[in-house]
Design a protein around this ligand. Sequence first.
Ligand code: AMP
Length: 299
Amino acid sequence: MSLVIVGSLAFDTIQTPSERREKIVGGSGTYCSLAASFFTRPRIVGVVGEDFPKDVLALFKRKKIDVRGLEVRRGKTFHWEGHYGHDPNQRETIRTELNVFGDFRPKLPAPYRASDIVFLANIDPGLHNDILSQLKKPALVAMDTIKLWITTKPGVLWRALEKVDILFVNDEEVRLLTGETNLVKAAKKIQSAGPRLLVAKKGEHGAIVFGRDFVFGVLGRLCENVVDPTGAGDSFAGGFLGYLDKMGKLTRPNLRRAAVYGSVLASFAIEDFGVGRLKTLQPAEIEERFLEFRRLVAF
Ligand code: AMP
C-alpha cells in the first residue's frame, strides 16, 4: 500500500510551565510522517520557506520519507506558538503566522496519485476537494482537524466529512464539532455525516476508536514527565495509518493494533521538545512499548 500525508511543516514556539523553546521544527505533516516512517515509506505534501533547516530535509530522506511533494518556496516557513499550563491536555494558541503556508495549494506529484491512503493532516478543509480530485481512487481517506477550522469553517468542514473514512479528533473537538457532550452520541452524529471510524483522542488518557458496530479503547502510556505534548495527535495518526498501510488490510485486529501503535508513537513524541524523540527512536523501543501496553491492559 502507500500513504500520502498532506500537512504543515512548521517552526513552533512552545512554552510549557518549565521551559520555552523558540522556533523548533514541528508541523502536523512533520510529526505524522516521522511517526509513520517506522512502518512504511510515507509520501509528504507540504510547503516550507527557504529558512527550513536542510538537516531536517536530510532526516526525512534518511527515514525514507518521500519528499517529492515538498515545495520549497521563497519566504518564511509557517510559524505557530502554543502555550501549555500544568494540564498537558489544554493548550492555548498564541500566534499563527501562515507565511508560505498561507496560499498553499497542495499539488500531488504524478507518482503520488495512485496512493491508497491519504491523510489530510490539519489543513484547511476547503482544500480537501482539490486534493481528493488529484487522487485516483484512495482506499482510505483520513483527516484530522482543529478548533480553528471547527469554529471558522463549520459548514465546509461538515461537507468535507462526507468524503472521509477515518476522522481523528480530540474529545474537546468532538464536543465543539457536534455540540454533544456525550461521546457516544457525538460519534453517531459524526458517523452519520460520513466517517466509518472516529478516533476520539483523549490526550494523556488514550483514545477510543468508534466503528459502526464496534468500539475499541486504548490507554495512553502513563508518563511521569511530559516534556512537550505538541505533535502527540499527529504522531498518533502517523503510527496508526503507517501501521495500517504496512498491513494492507482494514481488519478489526489490524485497527486495534493500529490504535495501540498510534498511542505508542504519541507516548514517545511527548518525551522531548519538538521531534527530538522521534529522531532518536529505534524500532525495538516501539515493539518493547507495544508489549508494555499489552501487559498494562491484560487481565
Ligand atoms: P498536535 O499537537 O498533534 O495537535 O499538532 C501540533 C502541530 O500542529 C504543531 O507542530 C503546529 O505546527 C501544527 N499547527 C498548529 N496550527 C496549525 C494550523 N492552523 N494549520 C496547520 N498546522 C498547524
